[in-house]
Design a protein around this ligand. Structure first.
Ligand SMILES: C[S@@+](CC[C@H](N)C(=O)[O-])C[C@H]1O[C@@H](n2cnc3c(N)ncnc32)[C@H](O)[C@@H]1O
Length: 245
């Protein structure tokens, strides 16, 4: 695995104590609820695949609104942290989450097959999902073309993607990460035009890119000198929505 994965493995245990991560996840979750009418607590029907679930902060928020959520992450430490969280008595209700450690390339990957609600079912064929979500992950993925193709392959026809990440609004977007955390950052956010074209080129239809929310975050004053408390900058986040025909 890459050095970026090493970074996420090292950060996994303390990941949830970062207020920026908590705030972004809460705002991301509110955006999902606002944009996806099928997220229903009373009648949860969707099977969801989350790419880059990390420690599952968003996964646990979404879980009551869906039938199942399969959370995939390329950092084993993140998946271990999510499994530990799910083993705690206070999270016993979240039985519909399946954590999967994988660098997902193939929609038919066996590790996606178990239905979290029927973990002991055998001889399962490829599993398909109604919705693929991701939060703060696209900027870490080397080939967006490849991951979008994989997402398309994982969906049922009529299924959808809803992907959230911060916007590349120009050179200042670089400040989202302090210089010490640039390992594994493949782009400084996502640009509206580029991501729209990439999603269309991957074969999705009804592509919509909208501003989801704007988040304030402390940033470095001088590159490499560390984040300065109170030195706030506003970062717009995009929500990218599209469907599989
Ligand atoms: C900034 S973290 C966000 C984690 C989580 N979504 C959150 O908002 O707390 C990015 C996550 O994406 C994961 N990741 C990076 N590339 C990935 C890939 N190709 N497939 C799955 N996960 C990936 C990293 O291991 C890391 O856990």
């Amino acid at each position: 695995m890459s050095n970026a994965t090493d970074r996420f493995n090292a950060e996994a245990a303390a990941w949830d104590s970062n207020p920026d991560v908590q705030l972004a996840s809460t705002l991301g979750f509110q955006s999902l609820l606002a944009k996806i009418p099928w997220l229903e607590k009373e009648n949860p029907g969707l099977d969801v695949l989350e790419i880059g679930c990390g420690t599952g902060i968003l996964s646990l928020m979404v879980s009551p609104y869906v039938r199942s959520l399969t959370g995939v992450d390329v950092a084993e430490g993140m998946i271990t942290a999510l499994k530990l969280k799910l083993s705690q008595p206070e999270n016993a209700w979240a039985k519909n989450i399946l954590p999967v450690y994988a660098d997902l390339k193939d929609p038919d990957d066996e590790r996606l097959r178990p239905d979290p609600l029927h973990p002991n079912q055998k001889d399962l064929g490829p599993r398909r999902f109604d919705l693929v979500i991701s939060h703060l992950v696209l900027h870490h993925i080397p080939s967006l073309e490849d991951i979008l193709k994989t997402m398309l392959g994982c969906l049922n026809s009529g299924g959808a993607i809803t992907l959230i990440d911060y916007e590349d609004f120009g050179p200042e977007a670089r400040k989202f990460h302090p210089e010490a955390k640039m390992e594994g950052v493949h782009r400084h956010g996502i640009s509206r035009e580029d991501i729209k074209k990439l999603i269309e080129d991957a074969g999705f239809v009804k592509v919509r890119i909208e501003t989801a929310f704007v988040m304030e975050k402390d940033v470095e004053d001088k590159p490499g000198e560390g984040v300065v408390k109170g030195n706030k900058m506003s970062f717009p986040f995009l929500i990218c929505m599209a469907e599989k025909q």
